[in-house]
Write a protein that binds this ligand. Structure first.
Ligand SMILES: C[S@@+](CC[C@H](N)C(=O)[O-])C[C@H]1O[C@@H](n2cnc3c(N)ncnc32)[C@H](O)[C@@H]1O
Length: 232
């Protein structure tokens, strides 16, 4: 687990971590416990945030036959929409670390009989893929990874040139008086989601991708969507 912070506002360090180090391993193990637990209570999150997820998928501008990567797929809340865009010739490869989330995602695939949607249990930060992807998406997952910068690099390396990565995520209040809420928000996110306070998702995207644009932001800036392009 990442080091606990005091009451003052936390400053992300964006340091890359070694997957063999104990802090990395503890964060990953806590993610498994937390997300295995929440896998039984995911319906509300799935319904309430559906419009936001669908808008994010639209921004990928997927074409029939595209090969798409999803990281931190949870119980597969994005599968139906992505699959409707890529058709039967496309392919969706989705990764999650929680065995219970993977079981729910597989049940969804089996229920629909989707033959071109594959889920893999893996740490998305270090996952390796044989073939590159035409697009990638991460909804509400990057900020809970043990090394966000490295997870973003993994996604970038898995994409062909001229492709888009869309990210929906949460963060503390970025500016304005509502920042006073951040110490509470930070604690809630740590407890609820095993959120990683030591990396900043938007900074990581800006560092790794050729372009990035914050295209949507709500709830005092805490819920946001970023569209990134990999040019070469
Ligand atoms: C808030 S849920 C998001 C699920 C889904 N993408 C959505 O939009 O609702 C975060 C997911 O990230 C997964 N996760 C956390 N750390 C991970 C890691 N290192 N590698 C892959 N998945 C991870 C969790 O197991 C969980 O399913």
């Amino acid at each position: 687990m990442a080091t606990e912070t005091p009451d003052r506002e936390h400053t992300p360090t964006n340091e890359t971590r070694d997957p063999d180090d104990s802090q990395y391993a503890a964060h990953l193990e806590r993610s498994r416990t937390v997300w295995d637990r929440w896998s039984d209570y995911y319906t509300m999150s799935e319904t309430d945030l559906e419009p936001l997820r669908e808008a994010a998928i639209d921004r990928l501008e997927l074409q029939p036959g595209d090969r798409v990567l999803e990281i931190g797929c949870g119980p597969g809340v994005n599968f139906e929409r992505v699959r409707s865009e890529i058709g039967e010739q496309g392919e969706l490869v989705a990764v999650d670390y929680s065995p219970e989330m993977i079981a729910k995602a597989r049940a969804r695939i089996d229920h629909h009989g989707w033959e071109n949607v594959e889920v893999r249990r893996a740490d998305a930060t270090t996952a390796e893929f044989d073939d590159p992807f035409d697009a990638a998406i991460a909804t509400l997952s990057l900020s809970v990874m043990p090394d966000i910068h490295r997870a973003v690099e993994t996604v970038s390396q898995s994409l062909v040139p001229d492709t888009t990565f869309v990210v929906v995520d949460v963060r503390p209040v970025p500016d304005g008086p509502a920042r006073v809420l951040n110490p509470f928000l930070w604690r809630f996110l740590r407890w609820y989601a095993n959120w990683n306070p030591d990396d900043d998702v938007v900074d990581a995207l800006a560092t790794v991708f050729d372009t990035h644009e914050l295209v949507d932001s709500s709830l005092a800036g805490t819920l946001y969507t970023v569209v990134c392009e990999k040019e070469r």
